[in-house]
Design a protein around this ligand. Structure first.
Ligand code: DON
Length: 576
């Protein structure tokens, strides 16, 4: 411990320094001249900022913070999950890395159904059989190798230290660990719940097995997919009844895909392509909304909520039908984000009344009409956890990265001896056509389970440019609500003139075609507005709050980095 004292003092000094920088956090963006990191956890943001101070770029910082989140935010940060990384280099180049999990080779369409064809409760969500082949380690390592400036070991060092020496649990961290389902798995119960002697706020949480696994990855990143680590992982999963083999791990590949791009009122929007539905649904929504003067209607007025909700409804209708892994079924991306298609959809929107979801009909649009008849939409569950981070470095490189275990703590399985949790991303497939998933989302047979296929995602890491210059870096967890959260933040800034923190703070609302309800956060909507919406035919459902948008804006006049962490959680934007 004494050996680490100088590092600890240094860290403490840095924290105090950055605390000064972020004194106005909550209501106003955190200002910094050169660089910014926003994540759900102060220690991960600090890790990212320190990495850039040490000469790393935005990718080094994102990878360092990503590994740190796997330690300090085990509910969603991960080694055993997957995600998407959107990078825009200062020279304008854009790269998108898909490190989404894949179904194992032994997976099959009916694997979560009983003999009568009914869905076996929780089979795709809890336990070893729910686990898809993890992509996070491959994704982070590849991003770092291709675009990072520092050595992997240096970038991973803070995560290793946090795991080995531990960190003080915040209230939210300590209480999240009390998850009942974690207790079903002995190793998870031992590590995260101290066998029932729950951790309290302020206690130091050490994860020696995880530290060792991180060290092994830092030493030889290939070990996770091709070496002893792969063999230990596959053996543990198979012993637990899961399907993942060493071949599945050896065959895992990160895919670079072309990001989807569109415009919104002259701003350029860049986001995730399939196998995420996020970018396409975001652009489709914004395209529809472009035909309305939202600014004149006002933020969170009944009229602007109505038009936004109707746009969400239509984008989710198309999501259900057309979206899946593009390596298995072609997804008509260009058609779905065509402004002419949005114009046709707009004609179906009543200026004042809700369109019942079951009466919704896609307008004629030749390129889609041929496809549409062959694909029947199916239903999507609630809950879960994912985490997003945004980084801008001093050179102007930017990373938006969303990564997930799907549910909070994923499948709840911790790999014995290796100290990390495994995802339950198999639930993002259409387990049975017509039956909703964790997020209550209906999806089509195009998203059915097949060997080596990636399940459809809603993750929406996004970057917005103004006059070709970096303007916003955005993203959030929240399952299906990710898409509406990111859209609402972009509209907040562009339509309603909010600063990035106000846009993140603004109350959220969501509609996803099925179920036919308008979800609103409990806090922040005017009681005068809600009856106007009910009278317009909406079934309102007010719930607590959701999402955790971790965003950055670049001030077009000064180039200042403006960090906005989400007050709904205990995240932090840290810059210098
Ligand atoms: O990829 C997806 O869309 C989901 N697995 C994300 C889950 C999620 O965001 C849960 N967060 N609250």
């Amino acid at each position: 411990m004494l050996k680490h004292l100088p590092t600890f003092r240094f860290l403490l000094a840095l924290m105090l320094f950055s605390a000064c920088l972020s004194s106005a956090e909550g209501m106003r963006p955190v200002h910094a001249r050169r660089a910014m990191v926003a994540t759900v956890h102060e220690l991960a943001s600090q890790t990212g900022a320190d990495t850039m101070r040490a000469g790393g770029n935005a990718v080094d910082a994102a990878v360092a913070a990503g590994f740190a989140l796997a330690v300090v935010h085990p509910a969603a940060g991960n080694l055993g999950g997957g995600g998407f990384l959107l990078l825009r280099l200062a020279n304008g180049e854009v790269h998108f890395l898909d490190f989404r999990e894949k179904a194992p080779a032994k997976a099959s369409a009916g694997m979560y159904l009983d003999a009568k064809g009914n869905v076996i409760p929780q089979a795709s969500q809890i336990g070893y059989r729910a686990v898809a082949v993890p992509g996070s380690v491959a994704g982070l390592v590849e991003a770092q190798r291709r675009w990072g400036k520092l050595a992997l070991k240096q970038v991973m060092e803070p995560a290793i230290r946090l795991a080995r020496d531990g960190f003080a649990l915040r209230y939210t961290d300590a209480h999240a660990l009390r998850d009942e389902l974690l207790a079903q798995f002995a190793e998870s119960k031992r590590i995260f719940q101290r066998n029932g002697n729950y951790y309290e706020q302020g206690e130091i949480f050490r994860q020696p097995e995880l530290a060792r696994t991180l060290e092994r990855i830092a030493q030889d990143p290939d070990d996770f997919y091709h070496g002893a680590l792969a063999r230990e992982l596959a053996a543990a999963i198979q012993q637990g009844g899961g399907l993942i083999s060493t071949d599945d791990l050896a065959n895992y590949k990160v895919v670079e895909r072309r990001a989807v791009r569109g415009t919104y009122r002259g701003y350029q929007v860049i986001s995730a392509p399939p196998p995420s539905s996020g970018g396409v649904a975001l652009l489709e929504t914004l395209n529809i909304l472009e035909g309305y003067d939202l600014h004149a209607l006002g933020s969170r007025s009944a009229k602007s909520i109505h038009l936004t909700v109707e746009s969400f409804r239509r984008a989710f209708f198309d999501r259900a039908e057309f979206m899946s892994d593009p390596d298995f079924t072609p997804v008509p991306v260009a058609q779905l984000i065509d402004k002419q298609f949005a114009a046709r959809w707009r004609e179906s929107i009543d200026p004042v009344r809700a369109t019942p979801s079951d009466s919704l009909k896609r307008p004629k649009f030749e390129a889609l009409d041929q496809l549409a008849s062959t694909r029947a939409p199916m239903a999507v569950r609630e809950g879960g956890n994912t985490t997003h981070l945004s980084v801008v470095d001093p050179q102007g490189n930017a990373v938006a990265m969303t990564t997930t275990l799907n549910d909070s703590f994923g499948s709840r399985v911790t790999v014995p001896g290796l100290g990390f949790l495994l995802n339950d991303e198999m639930d993002d497939f259409t387990v049975k056509p017509g039956v909703a998933n964790l997020y209550g989302l209906i999806q089509s047979a195009a998203n059915a389970i097949a060997p080596n296929k990636r399940p459809l995602s809603s993750m929406t890491p996004a970057i917005v440019l103004k006059d070709e210059r970096l303007f916003l870096v955005l993203g959030s967890p929240g399952g299906a609500t990710i898409i509406s959260t990111v859209a609402n933040i972009i509209m907040g800034v562009i339509d309603f003139g909010l600063d990035i923190q106000q846009a993140v703070n603004a109350p959220r609302f969501h509609q996803q075609w099925v179920p036919d309800e308008l979800r609103l956060e409990k806090f922040g909507f005017s009681p005068d507005t809600l009856p106007l919406l009910s009278n317009g035919g909406y079934e309102l459902k007010q719930t607590g709050y959701w999402g955790d948008a971790e965003c950055i804006a670049v001030d077009p006049r000064t180039g200042d980095r403006l960090g906005a962490s989400d007050g709904r959680n205990s995240g932090r934007a840290i810059g210098f």
